[in-house]
Design a protein around this ligand. Structure first.
Ligand SMILES: Cc1ncc(COP(=O)(O)O)c(C=O)c1O
Length: 422
């Protein structure tokens, strides 16, 4: 393993100082990219440059309105190209992945199959419409067989799966899933919230029919997400939100005629700057060679896995025995200390940001035995961040009787309920 590993691209907040117990401030080690990534510096520069021209889109005659409309549509085209959308796919701007999958759930003309490892965003919209929940199995091979068997037994219109697990980073074999789905007349939808920030995706080449992701996990901290995919279903669906922009005509007596294409689902004023931000993140990521991008993440993740494996009391979680090239996310537990107390101790004593809990993937965490700690990395992560986490977890595992910390007035203090509180 080659060290040191620097950030691949500059992110805002890389020099952030955060308080630790006792009042000192230390550099923040951000290992929480999977929740929301920090913005790229170039994204904030692009948004700042777009702000003076910011105006509402659609039918404004002023120059800023026309410029904003152009930027919005250019962002749409850039995102579609980046994910390898087909020419007749529709790309709808949504609030986030959750919103995108809820929209898709209203558009599917038949049964849906999803997996028991999914984030709730790719679970609850389907379960609400009676989806079949398929167990993922213990290996990718087993999953593919289970899915094929299920489709042979009963027809489905859509298979909805995650591109990469938000708990373990393990990726699903999307090309093979698409082949199986298509063989049985179904389509494939991919929750790419944790995939697109880590891997290049080519919808057309891989046979992905629908793809959803969020800007805020893609270095663009605004309220814009994306649903891209087959226009026929999206054009036949009830408009996602009812209001201005989604209609062609409205008559008091005969009602509304709805638009086709993205406008059908984008009623109301859009998040132009959010769209500009995603397009700027794409520009930045495209400037990095694919192998450099993968090597950065693989090196740091492998170091985390190597460093945690074999630490007495630390258990790393995995779904499949045979998953390859996971993205930069992993989850683990430490014997003798609850995950929330452990995560608070990492922040309070060392200035390290991770996430703890069930990560909105309750069925999967139930399989793993309960809440866990999640570390996740991105283009701004360095080997220093990773080494700090490893040292801290080794200390936690050796001294699991850490105090319970609370944040009071912006400072970490030992909780009043803890016997060690002064
Ligand atoms: C795999 C996955 N899907 C969907 C979501 C939901 O994303 P959002 O909150 O941006 O809608 C998340 C969020 O953590 C996620 O990790």
């Amino acid at each position: 393993m080659s060290f040191p590993v620097d950030a691949l691209l500059p992110v805002v907040g890389s020099d952030l100082l955060v308080p630790v117990a006792g009042g000192a401030r230390v550099p923040y080690a951000n290992l929480d990219y999977a929740a929301s990534s920090p913005p790229l510096l170039s994204v904030i520069e692009a948004v700042t440059a777009a702000v003076p021209m910011h105006s509402n889109v659609s039918r404004g005659s002023g120059y800023p309105s026309r410029t904003s409309a152009d930027s919005y549509e250019s962002a749409r085209a850039a995102i579609a190209a980046f994910v390898g959308a087909r020419p007749d796919d529709s790309l709808v701007f949504t609030r986030n992945t959750t919103d995108a999958l809820n929209l898709l759930a209203s558009a599917v003309p038949g049964d849906v199959i999803t997996l028991d490892i999914e984030h709730h965003a790719n679970l609850l919209p389907w379960l609400a419409r009676g989806a079949r929940l398929l167990p993922s199995g213990r290996s990718i091979q087993e999953l593919l067989s289970l899915l094929e068997y299920e489709l042979k037994m009963r027809q489905a219109a859509l298979i909805a799966v995650t591109g990469a697990s938000n708990v373990t980073g393990e990726r699903l074999p999307l090309r093979r899933l698409a082949q199986i789905a298509h063989r049985y007349g179904a389509r494939l939808a991919v929750d790419a919230a944790q995939l697109v920030p880590h891997r290049r995706v080519d919808m057309a080449a891989e046979g992905i029919d629908f793809l959803a992701f969020s800007g805020h996990k893609f270095y663009s901290p605004f309220l814009s997400g994306v649903l891209v995919g087959r226009g026929d279903w999206l054009d036949s669906a009830r408009p996602h939100r009812l209001g201005g922009g989604a209609v062609s005509t409205v008559h008091a007596d005969t009602g509304a005629t709805w638009q086709l294409g993205p406008a059908r689902h984008e009623a109301g004023s859009p998040d132009v700057l959010g769209a500009v931000a995603i397009a700027a993140a794409i520009d930045a990521l495209k400037s990095v060679k694919d192998d450099a991008f993968r090597r950065h993440e693989a090196t740091l993740r492998a170091r985390l896995v190597d460093g945690l494996t074999g630490v007495p009391g630390v258990t790393l979680h995995r779904i499949f025995d045979d998953a390859v090239e996971p993205v930069g996310i992993l989850s683990f537990t430490v014997d003798g200390i609850d995950s929330d107390r452990a995560a608070n101790a990492l922040a309070a004593e060392r200035g390290i940001g991770v996430r703890d809990g069930r990560f909105s993937a309750h069925p999967l965490l139930e399989r793993f035995g309960g809440p866990a700690i999640r570390a996740s990395i991105g283009v701004g992560t360095t080997s220093t961040d990773v080494e700090r986490l490893l040292a801290a977890v080794i200390d936690l595992a050796a001294h699991p009787d850490k105090p319970s910390y609370d944040m009071v007035d912006g400072e970490w203090t030992i909780a009043e309920t803890d016997p060690r509180a002064a």
